[in-house]
Design a protein around this ligand. Structure first.
Ligand code: TYD
Length: 139
């Protein structure tokens, strides 16, 4: 499968008014294709850190830099792309089995991650060679 079909940038409506901004993300097929089972967020990382460095066999993700910015490098074993997340209303949807790195976090970056599944270490692939073996013939 082409990398372009394995991730998607989604822009959410800002329902803000004179009181400030308000961005809504509805799960289960409204704004994003999955039911949200887990939420985590990453802050306090900086420009020297590379996070992620794994693929997930099952989980779909939606990444939003709700404050400031970071970059995400996606890789399907054949192609790579870099996406800068720098708007609170901009989300990066990732299908399962994409290798991903998150890096170049700005000082007050908060990266919010919505997930289609509960945490299960068994569905993580943390070894790149193992990842390449598993996707062989599938991309
Ligand atoms: P890690 O996978 O290294 O985070 P990142 O996706 O930023 O690379 O996770 C750090 C630790 O937190 C690791 O011990 C696994 C644990 N963890 C959970 O228990 N639940 C979660 O939902 C996540 C994302 C991580």
């Amino acid at each position: 499968m082409k990398l372009k079909e394995q991730y998607k940038l989604i822009y959410f409506k800002d329902l803000g008014d004179e009181r400030g901004n308000l961005v809504v993300i509805e799960g289960a097929g409204w704004d994003i294709p999955f039911d949200i089972k887990r939420v985590f967020y990453i802050y306090g990382s900086d420009s020297t850190v590379i996070r992620g460095q794994h693929a997930n066999r099952e989980t779909e993700f939606l990444l939003v830099n709700v404050s400031e910015s970071s970059k995400v490098r996606v890789d399907n074993g054949l192609e790579t792309a870099v996406i800068e997340l720098n708007q609170p209303g901009m989300g990066l949807y990732l299908s399962p089995m994409i290798w991903k790195d998150m890096y170049d976090f700005s000082t007050n970056s908060i990266l919010l991650v919505l997930c289609s599944r509960h945490y299960d270490e068994k569905e993580y692939i943390r070894d790149y060679q193992e990842y390449l073996r598993e996707i062989k013939g599938k991309v």
